[in-house]
Design a binder for this molecule. Structure first.
Ligand code: W29
Ligand code: MN
Ligand code: MN
Ligand code: MN
Length: 257
């Protein structure tokens, strides 16, 4: 749907809170911390700011954030699992503030022993997200986003997860359109000012197939290769795109200093 200019203000506030939470959690990501502790810290900051976490109870999801480690592609469930030096982890936050949804995720490097290949995957994944976002402006088709992402990911010898996509959002968590992270520029609806959606590519070091674990949520690479993801919530403007979830601290790709 096409939102009105004043709706952008609501998304800016929700998006900023999600980004501030991801900024806050940065220094807590260290060897030995449990993903439950990260969940609690993010939950508490969410409610302290008058918002609620969208994931908690969504389709029965049991926690307030998703924490996806190493070969976990997405929807990892926080628990008593301790992070270990050398791991990579995606933290995905969605807050609902005055009815508006701010949905964003970042990759974090745990400790100082993250292998070079893992760092490369994280960097390429961030660049994929930004290349997809840079393709956004009125008049282009939605497929231009996925095309930009897929071209770069595969040029870097990585693969694009097919089973999960970005989504429209606003006063709801998920809405049309589905934003594919692969495809052709002549596919999908024509973008118009006032469209709000996420760009959240999942990029695998190995092949793209994914499977869901017995918990019904955790998605993992079938070949157990590493997977990385970044996510921004964006709005189509008259002359391009506005990113609602930019870091107020200027954090882009890790290491965040
Ligand atoms: C539908 C998957 C799901 C279930 C509970 S939270 C959640 C989820 C997690 C991260 C996301 O970016 C998202 O759009 C949805
Ligand atoms: Mn998300
Ligand atoms: Mn999302
Ligand atoms: Mn992962």
């Amino acid at each position: 749907i096409r939102h009105r200019p004043e709706d952008f203000e609501g998304m800016r506030k929700a998006g900023r809170l999600a980004a501030e939470i991801l900024d806050m959690i940065t220094d807590h990501v260290a060897p030995g911390v449990t993903t439950d502790e990260l969940d609690r810290l993010c939950h508490e900051m969410t409610v302290a700011n008058g918002a609620v976490p969208a994931p908690l109870g969504y389709k029965g999801f049991p926690k307030s954030i998703c924490t996806s480690i190493n070969h976990v592609v997405c929807h990892g469930i926080p628990g008593d699992r301790k992070l270990a030096d050398g791991e990579i982890v995606n933290i995905d936050v969605t807050v609902v503030l005055d009815g508006w949804h701010g949905d964003s995720s970042r990759m974090y490097l745990v400790g100082d022993k993250v292998p070079v290949k893992a760092r490369k995957l994280v960097e390429v994944t961030y660049d994929c997200m930004m290349l997809g976002i840079e393709a956004i402006r009125p008049g282009v088709r939605l497929g231009a986003i996925g095309h930009a992402i897929q071209q770069y990911a595969e040029a870097q010898r990585f693969s694009v997860v097919r089973d999960f996509c970005g989504h429209g959002l606003g006063r709801t968590f998920h809405a049309p359109p589905s934003v594919l992270h692969y495809g052709h520029p002549d596919e999908g609806p024509v973008l118009e000012p006032g469209m709000f959606f996420t760009v959240e590519p999942m990029i695998n070091a190995g092949k793209y197939p994914v499977k869901i674990l017995d918990d019904g949520w955790t998605a993992v690479t079938r070949d157990r290769s590493l997977s990385a993801q970044f996510e921004h919530s964006v709005g189509v403007t008259e002359d391009g795109v506005e990113i609602f979830t930019l870091s107020p601290k200027g954090y882009t790709k890790p290491p965040y200093v």
